[in-house]
Design a protein around this ligand. Structure first.
Ligand SMILES: Nc1ncnc2c1ncn2[C@@H]1O[C@H](COP(=O)(O)OP(=O)(O)O)[C@@H](O)[C@H]1O
Ligand SMILES: [Mg+2]
Ligand SMILES: [Zn+2]
Length: 565
C-alpha cells in the first residue's frame, strides 16, 4: 500500500521528537546514559499519547548497532527493523487479542533464549490489563526472575487494573494527555511537512475534537485531507466534523442574554433545517458556556481555556453579557438538558425547552430572591418542598453548581419553581424507550441516524467516525460496520477498546439488547461478505416468524435454507 496514514508516517523516532512527555523521556534517557535501565516498565496513559512510540524508541536506544545510546542512529538493521515493528529481538504482543496463559507461556519459553542478534530482548505488551489472571501469574514469575538482557514494557490504558504484584516489579511511567497548544503545534508541523494550506482555527477544531490524543488528532487530519484536499479552512473542517459554526454559538448566546425567546427558537429551527445534530449542537453550546464561565472567573488568557488565541477576545466579549451567577446557572441547566436529550425521542423539543429555560433563568433569579425575602420575613415551610425537588433532580442534576448567594435565599425553594415555569415533560421522556427491546436487530437508515445522533451526543469525534460508513449489517449476532480503505482512519479510531465499548453500548441502547460490534475495512472481510447471513438468523429476523414466536410463545426449532436453490 503506497499511502501511509499520517499518524504512522510521523511517529517520532528519537526521544526529543516525543511531544509533551518530557518527564518520561528524560528519565529514560538518563537511565540509558547511566546504564540503569530497569527490567520492567509500565507505560500507562490514554490512547495515542506516545506509549508504543516511546517503547520502540527505548528498544532502539538499547539495541542500536551504535548503542546503547540516547540517540539511536535510525539506519542500522536493528533500528530500522524496530521502527518497522519486525525485529526478531523486539516482540510486540497485543494482550487484548492474546489474553491467555498459552501466549504468556510461549513468551516465557522464548524469554529463556538470549537475543538473536541484539543486546536486549524487548517485550512490549500492549493493553496488558486485558490478560487473564493465570497469564498475569505467569508473567509475574518472569518479572520476578528476569532473564539477563531482557526488558518488559507493559503498556496499558488502565494501570489500576494491573495486579499490585506486577506493579511492584516495574517502574511506572504515566503518560499525560496532550493539551490543546501541544496538539495544535504538532498538527501545524505535520501540516507544513505535508504542504497543506491551513489555519490555526482549522487545526484548533481538530485539536479540540481529539481530546488530548495526538493519534486521534492526526487521524482527524487524515480525514480532513480526505474530505477537503490540501486546503483546510476552519469552516470546512467544522462541517466535516459536523461541528456547528462559531457564529451560530455566538448568535445563540446573544439571543439568550437578550432574553429573546423567539430568536432562540428561530435559531434552533435553522439548525434543524441545516441538518445539524441537535444533541451535538447542545454539546458544543455547553462547552461554549463553560468556556465563558472560565473566561469570566479565570480571565480570557487562562490556560484553562483550550481554544485558539483568536477566540479568546471573543470569549472575553461574550463573558461580559452575563454575570458569573447567570453563567453557572446556564451551565447547570445545559448539563441537565444534555442528559435529558440523550434518550429523548424528540430531541428538538427538549432542546427548545432547555434553551428557553436559559432565557428565563434571569427571571427565575428574581423569583428566587422574592422567595428569599418571603422566607426571611418568616413562616415558609421549606422542608415540604424537598420531595418535589427530589422528583425533579435526576442524577444529572448539579444543584451544588448553582450559585447560592445569600441574596437568593435557600436553594430548596428554587427547583419547584423551575418546574412550574417550564412544564414537566422532561421526566417522562428521559426514560429509555423500553418498547424497542421487542424488535430484533435489523439495520436501517433510521437506526443508523439514531445511533449516529447518540454517538454525536457522547463525542463528536465518535459521531464523525460513522459519516464515511459504507455499509453495516448483522452477522452471527454482531453488528458489522464496514469502511472503504481510504477511510482507514475511522476504523483505526473506532477499534480502540473504550470507543468500541461506547459504540456497543450506544447500539445496545438503540436496539434495547446487548450488542457486539465489529468494525472492519471492506476488503478485509471480502470472503465473509460472500457468505449470506446464516439462514437461521434471517429466519429469526423475519416479521412473520417473530409474530408466531410471540403469539404462541414458541421457539424456532429447525430452519431449512431454500434461498440457494
Ligand atoms: N507524544 C507524542 N509525540 C509525538 N507523536 C505522538 C505522540 N503520541 C502519539 N503520537 C502520534 O500518534 C501515533 C500513535 O502513538 P502511539 O505511541 O502508538 O500511542 P499509544 O500511546 O496508543 O501507544 C504515533 O505514530 C505518532 O504519530
Ligand atoms: Mg500503543
Ligand atoms: Zn541504529
Amino acid at each position: 500500500m503506497s499511502y501511509q496514514v499520517i499518524a504512522r508516517k510521523y511517529r517520532p523516532q528519537v526521544f526529543e521528537e516525543v511531544v509533551g512527555q518530557k518527564l518520561v523521556t528524560e528519565t529514560l534517557a538518563n537511565a540509558i546514559r547511566t546504564n540503569r535501565v530497569a527490567h520492567g516498565y509500565i507505560f500507562s496513559g490514554a490512547r495515542g499519547v506516545g506509549k508504543t512510540t516511546t517503547a520502540r524508541i527505548l528498544a532502539k536506544a538499547l539495541n542500536c548497532a551504535q548503542g546503547p545510546t540516547v540517540a539511536p542512529c535510525g539506519k542500522c538493521p536493528s533500528c530500522t527493523e524496530i521502527a518497522a515493528g519486525n525485529s526478531v529481538d523486539v516482540l510486540e504482543i497485543d494482550a487484548a487479542s492474546n489474553r491467555g496463559i498459552d501466549e504468556i507461556r510461549g513468551l516465557r519459553e522464548s524469554v529463556r533464549y538470549l537475543p538473536a542478534r541484539d543486546r536486549y530482548r524487548v517485550f512490549i505488551i500492549d493493553e496488558v490489563h486485558m490478560l487473564t489472571t493465570e497469564a498475569f501469574n505467569a508473567l509475574l514469575k518472569t518479572l520476578e526472575e528476569p532473564p539477563p538482557r531482557s526488558l518488559f514494557i507493559l503498556a496499558t490504558t488502565e494501570a489500576h487494573k494491573l495486579p499490585a504484584t506486577i506493579q511492584s516489579r516495574c517502574q511506572h511511567f504515566a503518560f499525560r494527555l496532550l493539551d490543546y497548544q501541544e496538539l495544535v503545534a504538532q498538527l501545524g508541523k505535520v501540516a507544513r511537512a505535508e504542504g497543506l494550506e491551513t489555519s490555526e482555527g482549522a487545526l484548533g477544531v481538530l485539536a479540540q475534537a481529539a481530546e488530548g490524543s495526538l493519534r486521534d488528532a492526526l487521524s482527524l487530519l487524515d480525514q480532513a485531507i480526505a474530505a477537503c484536499g490540501t486546503k483546510l479552512d476552519e469552516a470546512l473542517v467544522r462541517q466535516m466534523l459536523g461541528a456547528v459554526p462559531a457564529v451560530m454559538l455566538a448568535g445563540m448566546m446573544e439571543a439568550v442574554a437578550a432574553g429573546d425567546a423567539a430568536r432562540v427558537l428561530e435559531l434552533i429551527s435553522k439548525l434543524a433545517q441545516e441538518g445539524y445534530e441537535l444533541t451535538h449542537f447542545l454539546g458544543e453550546f455547553t462547552r461554549f458556556v463553560r468556556n465563558l464561565m472560565v473566561a469570566k472567573t479565570a480571565g480570557a488568557a487562562s490556560s484553562l481555556l483550550q481554544v485558539p488565541n483568536e477566540e479568546r477576545q471573543e470569549l472575553a466579549r461574550f463573558a461580559e453579557l452575563a454575570s458569573e451567577e447567570d453563567l453557572t446557572r446556564y451551565l447547570a441547566i445545559l448539563l441537565r438538558t444534555e442528559s435529558d436529550l440523550r434518550y429523548a425521542l424528540e430531541p428538538r423539543f427538549h432542546l427548545e425547552l432547555g434553551m428557553l429555560k436559559l432565557v428565563h433563568a434571569r427571571r427565575l433569579a428574581s423569583v428566587e430572591s422574592l422567595l428569599a425575602e418571603l422566607s426571611a420575613s418568616g413562616g415558609a415551610k421549606k422542608s415540604a418542598d424537598l420531595p418535589a425537588q427530589a422528583a425533579l433532580g435526576g442524577p444529572g442534576e448539579t444543584r451544588s453548581a448553582l450559585p447560592a448567594s445569600a441574596r437568593e435565599g435557600p436553594p430548596p425553594s428554587r427547583e419547584p419553581k423551575i418546574r412550574q415555569l417550564t412544564g414537566q415533560p422532561t421526566d417522562a421522556a428521559s426514560a429509555p424507550p423500553a418498547a424497542l427491546s421487542a424488535n430484533p436487530p435489523a439495520p436501517s437508515d433510521e437506526r443508523l441516524a439514531a445511533i449516529k445522533a447518540r454517538l454525536f451526543g457522547q463525542s463528536k469525534l465518535l459521531g464523525s467516525c460513522l459519516e464515511p460508513l459504507v455499509a453495516w449489517r448483522f452477522e452471527n449476532g454482531a453488528a458489522r460496520f464496514l469502511y472503504a480503505k481510504k477511510d482507514a482512519w475511522a476504523v483505526e479510531l473506532l477499534t480502540s477498546h473504550e470507543r468500541l465499548a461506547t459504540l456497543e453500548s450506544v447500539c445496545a441502547q438503540e436496539f434495547g439488547q446487548p450488542m457486539k460490534v465489529c468494525v472492519t475495512l471492506q476488503d478485509q472481510e471480502a470472503e465473509s461478505s460472500a457468505r449470506r447471513p446464516d439462514a437461521r438468523e434471517r429466519a429469526l429476523r423475519d416479521k412473520m416468524v417473530e409474530a408466531f414466536t410471540k403469539t404462541f410463545d414458541a421457539a424456532l426449532a429447525e430452519v431449512e435454507d431454500l434461498s440457494q436453490e
